[in-house]
Design a protein around this ligand. Structure first.
Ligand code: SAM
Length: 271
């Protein structure tokens, strides 16, 4: 099957490998543990994961041990990078758009989604698709990054690149991964999609990395890479060097720790 996202959802080509090996341990593993802890309390056995990427959350969900997991993502390279890794041997992987899920109504007890909703071009439609495939009383559990100002590594990279090319600023990180964080808006859109019993909690974590790895991860392991490649004055090497230099100026050349913050949400399909 061929499928895939363009623009801000283009987790394609060599992005998948850098994403999995550098970015996941840096910022995605900790929120995955927190989200899996919430899912572990849900009842039922059939679990669908949407926007599963390379499996950061999938591995935590598999560790719970009592779910039959179907893990899906829009972009085939992400699914390919995920499938076959240790810890997810019993997971069924499938390319699927979270806004058009290829599953019958009421076929899952839980839908989980880590850092995917901000990429949905129509949030209410995406939420409604999750509701449609959930059984009555089923749980939808997901998370989204908080605003970029509370995630300083992403902000330093964005500000460095915008300062280097003010006439053609690179706003991917601010616009999309850190562009959907308002708990009131999210509650409203979940309600519009048909959910009730909504909980939303901001959580804080720590990213451990180096300036060199963080520059590589953000500039080459996310769809910011495509934005850089389309840029008229910057290229992948120059942008990564600019981000590296600015991160090293802020945090030093060695290992450092920086805060991360995200919103964790649960909602239920009415019984
Ligand atoms: C930031 S990554 C998160 C991946 C994974 N959940 C994790 O925690 O590492 C966002 C993921 O959303 C996927 N995505 C974007 N739009 C999507 C859509 N409409 N349907 C399904 N997946 C989508 C991308 O392919 C990408 O893998």
């Amino acid at each position: 099957m061929s499928a895939g996202g363009g623009g801000d959802a283009a987790f394609t080509g060599s992005i998948a490998e850098i994403y999995e090996t550098v970015l996941v341990p840096m910022i995605f593993a900790e929120p995955a543990r927190a989200l899996a802890a919430v899912v572990a309390a849900a009842s039922g056995a059939d679990l669908l994961e949407t926007a599963a990427g390379t499996g950061a959350l999938t591995r935590e969900l598999a560790r719970i041990g009592r779910f039959d997991i179907v893990a899906t993502d829009l972009n085939e390279p992400m699914v390919q990078a995920a499938d076959g890794r240790p810890g997810v041997e019993r997971v069924r992987w499938q390319v699927a758009d979270a806004l058009e899920l290829p599953f019958p109504d009421r076929s899952f007890d839980v839908v989980a989604c880590q850092f995917g909703a901000m990429f949905f071009p129509d949030k209410v439609r995406g939420f409604h698709e999750s509701l449609r495939v959930l059984r009555p009383d089923g749980m939808f559990a997901f998370n989204v990054w908080d605003r970029i100002e509370t995630n300083p590594v992403a902000m330093v990279v964005t500000e460095a690149l915008c300062a280097a090319a003010p006439a053609e600023p690179l706003h991917f990180m601010r616009r999309t991964p850190h562009g959907y964080f308002d708990a009131d808006r999210i509650r409203g859109e979940l309600t519009e999609a048909g959910f009730d019993r909504i909980t939303a909690e901001y959580l804080e974590g720590v990213s451990r990395t180096t300036a060199e790895l963080a520059a590589l991860a953000f500039c080459q392991g996310t769809p910011l890479r495509g934005e850089i490649e389309r840029h008229s004055t910057l290229d992948l090497d120059s942008a990564t060097t600019i981000a590296h230099r600015e991160l090293a100026a802020r945090y030093g050349p060695g290992e450092f720790e920086a805060p991360t913050r995200w919103l964790q949400v649960t909602a239920r399909r009415p019984a």
